[in-house]
Design a protein around this ligand. Structure first.
Ligand code: GLP
Length: 244
């Protein structure tokens, strides 16, 4: 695992975006694994800049998002579908038919979860996956658990996640209690993974991801076993790494 610590979040975003830009240049029809939340935003801002400067082209890029809330409409400002269009997809030339976000209005979750995994496999797997990390160590919406769930599945959100995400909603009751998330399987099968963590609220999760034994109670710790994972941290998120 490579661990990089930056003193500035925009710099960190630029550095991580260079890995994405390089992948797009090297493989114009690459498959990118996308994440939502505030952590990837500096990366998306920098990718938009590189696109506007004519340095990268999304025309053949394919993407799969990690997760989506259950029961939220795609037009809802808090849906991850909307988040991706607002922050990246509407600002670059990615083709809508190449974009995949779990469908929040499904009436066949079991079938849809299986179909999502199949679509990822058919695309050849994920070339480069971006991840944030929850305050409880979750990745995607894979919450702390007794085992690592392999495939795309429905997950009940923990109170810690509901608390962390309620800042985006008018009131706590509006925060969806379940989500559809890619499992640990496709994330670990991704050819390369970039995880971004910024801010002091992530310091405990970062320490346990990097320094504690691999344990599904900290889902991100599985990345210790990934052959090509790079972790981008700001100083606040890295704060506990030197303290026993
Ligand atoms: C949500 C998302 C995760 C994200 C996490 C952290 O729960 N499902 O994919 O990594 O929040 O979000 P943020 O980056 O806003 O701290």
């Amino acid at each position: 695992m490579r661990i990089l610590i930056y003193d500035d979040v925009e710099k960190l975003g630029k550095a991580a975006s260079i890995l994405f830009a390089a992948k797009i240049i090297e493989k114009p029809d690459c498959v990118l694994g996308m994440a939502t939340g505030s952590s990837p935003l500096p990366v998306y801002r920098s990718l938009v800049e590189l696109y506007e400067q004519g340095i990268i082209d999304f025309d053949r890029v394919r993407s799969f998002n990690l997760d989506e809330y259950v029961g939220i409409s795609r037009s809802n400002e808090q849906s991850y579908y909307r988040f991706m269009y607002d922050n990246l997809f509407s600002k670059v030339n990615i083709r809508p038919e190449n974009v995949h976000v779990p469908n929040p209005a499904s009436d066949d979750w079991v079938g849809d979860c299986a179909a999502y995994d199949e679509a990822i496999s058919e695309a050849g797997g994920i070339d480069l996956q971006i991840l944030g990390i929850g305050e409880n160590g979750h990745i995607g919406f894979n919450e702390p658990c007794r085992f690592f769930p392999f495939g795309t599945h429905i997950e009940e959100l923990t109170q810690s996640t509901i608390n962390a995400n309620k800042r985006f909603f008018e009131k706590e009751e509006d925060v969806p209690k379940t989500a559809m998330t890619m499992g640990i399987g496709p994330i670990m099968k991704a050819k390369a993974v970039v995880l971004i963590a910024t801010g002091g609220a992530k310091a405990k999760a970062v320490k346990s991801m990097l320094l504690d034994p691999v344990d599904p109670m900290c889902p991100a710790s599985v990345l210790q076993l990934h052959p090509a994972a790079t972790v981008f941290l700001d100083e606040a998120a890295a704060l506990l790494l030197n303290k026993g």
